[in-house]
Design a protein around this ligand. Structure first.
Ligand SMILES: [Zn+2]
Length: 172
């Protein structure tokens, strides 16, 4: 339960073999945390750019290691968040699932009443793996804390933060 402060680098990430080169997009079978998160970061790069919101990608993977859904910012509506867009494509019961998001899920939000942290908690997902801790630009980033308090394990893979930040360079 105290694994959320992944500051000690390489150790935290589920012992994902070969996380130094988080490749593996060409073969969805047996992808590790870093591989799924890299995919989420690549989805972020496909978002229509915005001057008032981050570009984020999210992938939801079931307990069996198979992709359930993916989403990205502003996918169907200017207010859509990536995690929210992905969650909307699932049947709702995500017990045991992992949510991969290029950005820490929001714990506060200006655009809609329910934050992604709340939506993820309600879904039953067990873990959230993200690359980039939300900078205090639009709202304060508290998503990881909110998740942890509700028993959802937040895992940060800071080695992919640069990739997650890239499509947002114009905001920073
Ligand atoms: Zn959100």
């Amino acid at each position: 339960m105290d694994g959320m402060d992944g500051t000690d680098g390489a150790g935290g990430a589920n012992d994902a073999g070969g996380a130094n080169d988080a490749g593996g997009m060409d073969d969805a079978g047996g992808m590790d945390d870093a591989g799924w998160l890299r995919l989420a970061c690549e989805l972020a790069a496909l978002c229509p750019p915005s001057r008032t919101a981050f570009s984020v990608g999210a992938v939801i993977v079931g307990e069996d290691g198979r992709e359930l859904a993916r989403g990205r910012s502003r996918e169907g509506d200017p207010h859509d968040h990536a995690e929210e867009a992905a969650l909307a494509k699932t049947s709702g019961d995500l017990a045991g699932a992992t949510v991969y998001s290029s950005l820490e899920p929001c714990g506060r939000r200006a655009s809609r009443p329910r934050t992604c942290a709340e939506l993820i908690i309600a879904s039953g997902a067990r873990r959230v793996v993200f690359a980039w801790r939300e900078p205090s630009l639009f709202v304060e980033g508290t998503g990881a804390e909110v998740l942890a308090a509700a028993g959802v394990e937040p895992v940060e893979l800071p080695e992919l933060a640069d990739l997650a930040r890239e499509p947002n360079a114009h905001l920073l």
